[in-house]
Design a protein around this ligand. Structure first.
Ligand code: AMP
Ligand code: GLY
Length: 427
């Protein structure tokens, strides 16, 4: 059968690479893909944009695609799953209604409040003075979030009231975040350690994937601005058995039950961004898709057939799904273009990719393209995610760094400390 992956980042390269390994699959199409998917065995890029719903539907029909898996949030929020299902095509992901868990932070907060799901205290505001009054009632710092989709950049942590007011004014004016900022969620600041908890869900049922943790800040030591994610590893040792059970019981189960009760059952990858606070796990955000870069290390560890798994879930047999994981740790380091998450140059040639990397290393492409001469060049802020398996976090990181050292482009930067929170203090 043919599989279609929608998207063009590192997550989609990992999904395409994994699906191409399935015994059920003849060919994986990626729309639009990147230079990594263009050169992956059994994978073919098709020049259709991830948000061109008509083009995607036409492509799936023309190529008789048996199953489509959606990578990013934008097509989900735009209703790609609804469109495919109306056309009688299998497409794995949530409906546009269910995707509001990610596409509207106000929707997600109100949903959590209604269903008793632990999360930071909040208010949704559309007006500056109302917002400032709420900020004055909180302890600093406070967290401001643009309501709509902002590619992981719509969250600002404000250390003082002056900064909070300026940020609020900026968001509400539409200057930095456009329509996404016309409503703002103001939240109390949570203290603790973050972890990503991703499950495969259908209606009220779910199967958890391996745990993971990413590093959202740009700089080593977790400083600097928020990014889409500078690196990730799996498993996340901070999620012990007891915490795992609490997240399932207090967050995932009531979320899936609540979505069903509210009339928009959730199917797809559900990602709960968790803060593990002294008073228990709390939800920072929901994503309605696989994480990027969490997908890269998680899929490096998944031994089971992803396509067979998704088909089983869609057939209503989620209770028969058993996932088999590599015991080792996988760790991915993002190579980014200088300037990211702000503006950065594109079209810079990337060298070193012709290396033969060892079996326990995979170089997933993200923002890359092939130029007219067939040279791999940069085309985005996050350019690569060099991912390696190792016996522990330190070993996986050392292996990733060793391979990463062969790869270069102008003004490349990366964090050499990915996984530092999982390392014992003595190391
Ligand atoms: P989000 O997109 O909502 O996950 O926010 C991005 C990042 O901002 C999170 O990964 C956290 O590091 C941080 N963050 C968001 N909300 C809070 C909060 N209420 N308290 C502390 N940090 C937060
Ligand atoms: N790594 C965070 C995200 O995918 O949103």
């Amino acid at each position: 059968m043919k599989i279609l992956i929608i998207g063009s980042g590192g997550r989609e390269h990992a999904l395409a690479w994994k699906c191409a390994q399935s015994a059920l699959v003849d060919e994986v199409l990626v729309a639009p893909g990147n230079a990594g998917t263009a050169t992956e065995k059994g994978v073919r890029n098709v020049d259709v944009g991830a948000e061109d719903l008509d083009g995607l539907l036409e492509l799936a029909r023309r190529e008789s695609v048996a199953l489509t898996i959606v990578g990013p949030e934008a097509p989900l929020a735009a209703g790609v799953v609804d469109r495919f299902e109306q056309a009688g095509l299998k497409c794995f992901g949530p409906s546009a209604d269910a995707a509001r868990l990610e596409s509207s932070k106000a929707f997600a907060k109100e949903f959590m409040a209604r269903h008793g799901i632990p999360t930071a205290g909040y208010a949704v505001v559309e007006e500056v003075e109302e917002g400032v009054r709420f900020i004055q009632s909180l302890t600093l710092p406070v967290v401001l979030k643009a309501d709509g989709l902002a590619a992981g950049k719509g969250v600002v942590i404000c250390d003082d009231e002056h900064q909070a007011r300026e940020t609020l004014e900026d968001m509400l004016s539409g200057q930095s975040f456009g329509q996404a900022g016309h409503r703002v969620v103001i939240e109390e600041f949570l203290v603790g350690e973050e972890a990503s908890f991703i499950v495969i869900a259908r209606n009220g049922q779910m199967v958890p994937l391996a745990t993971s943790q990413d590093h959202k800040r740009r700089d080593e030591g977790d400083g600097g601005p928020n990014t889409g994610g500078m690196g990730a590893y799996s498993p996340a040792p901070i999620i012990d058995q007891a915490t795992h059970e609490r997240i399932v019981d207090e967050v995932i189960a009531p979320t899936l039950a609540g979505m069903q009760a509210d009339g928009h059952p959730f199917t797809g990858f559900l990602y709960a961004g968790m803060m593990l606070t002294p008073s228990g796990p709390k939800v920072l955000e929901f994503n309605v898709r696989f994480g990027d870069p969490e997908t890269q290390p998680i899929l490096m560890r998944l031994k089971s057939d992803l396509v067979a798994t998704v088909l089983k879930v869609m057939a209503g047999d989620i209770d028969k799904v058993e996932l088999d994981w590599d015991e080792r740790t996988a760790l991915g380091i993002v190579m980014a273009a200088g300037g990211y998450p702000g503006s950065y140059a594109k079209g810079k040639p990337i060298t070193g990719l012709e290396q033969s990397f060892p079996d326990h290393v995979k170089v997933f492409h993200a923002g890359t393209a092939l130029d007219d001469a067939g040279q791999v060049v940069t085309s985005g802020g996050r350019v690569m995610c060099v991912t390696a398996l190792g016996d522990d976090v330190a070993a996986a990181r050392a292996e990733a760094l060793k391979s990463l050292a062969f790869i270069g482009f102008e003004n490349a930067f990366f964090r050499a400390d990915i996984g530092h929170r999982a390392l014992a203090p003595e190391s």
